[in-house]
Design a protein around this ligand. Sequence first.
Ligand SMILES: [Zn+2]
Length: 306
Amino acid sequence: MDTNKTWNSHSGPLLDSINGFDVIVCQTCGFTHVIPVPSPEDLERIYRDEYYSKHKPSYIADIQEDLDWWNLVYQERYELLEGHLTPGRRRILDVGCGPGYFLLHGKQRGWLGLGLEPSAEAAAHAQSLELDVVQGSLSPNTVHRLGSFDVVHMSEVLELVPDPAASLRLVRSLLDPGGLLCLVVGNNYSPFQSALRPACGFPPWWVQPPVHINYFNFETAERLIVSCGYEILYIEANFPIELFLLMGDNYLCNPTLGRQCHQKRVRLEKNLLAAGMGGLKRQLYQALARCGIGRQALIVAKRTPV
Ligand SMILES: [Zn+2]
């Protein structure tokens, strides 16, 4: 990291250069992101028209195939949120709700949900499940129409927005006092990913501009959340799928092998839950988070008083 890059007010050491974008450890923002940052107009077009068809063509079908496992994941997540709220507080906004299955699970356990989803295809899918979903992105123009909530859920969204701090502050304005932010964000430039570069000659496959703009880890995500007016309540990792790469199963250009590796992870988690060891699984994933390891971070934070 001997080269410094600057773009507008964003500046920091250069990590990688891919597809005409530079990845910098931005000293201004306090986390890693690409420069130049794509324009909001370009991003809106990508997410409205082509994200699911071009960048995630099998995403909805894969969720449907694994829906029994996803419902176990969602059950744990709702139980975690319910543990931090009084029983009457069950209003949730899912920003980037995708095809809607997280909201659907909540609806079935008594939550009152609203989805916000930029992709026309995914929003239509969620609406076909009889969920209340608005097609659009989180912006100062849309938030005033949404109402207020006890929880705002954002899964795989913060990586994709041009100004994560602005998004987290907007979310905060939607939360009632004591309301919760539930964030799932990719853990990138992680120790396992980094190990694969010198040990196996892998490229930084997780860097995918312009779709993927921001690259967080547990520490930078936590710091950003706190700086935007939240108190951290809970952090855990999910399964470090890169373990398979380190063990020699190179699924990067082999979607069939990728599904097989994913199914092994699914079996591990289902078997632990079937054995009544969900608590042990959570302890394991909390410990992984402390080591900086895991494909994604799950962070629950409470809106602090003004
Ligand atoms: Zn920056």
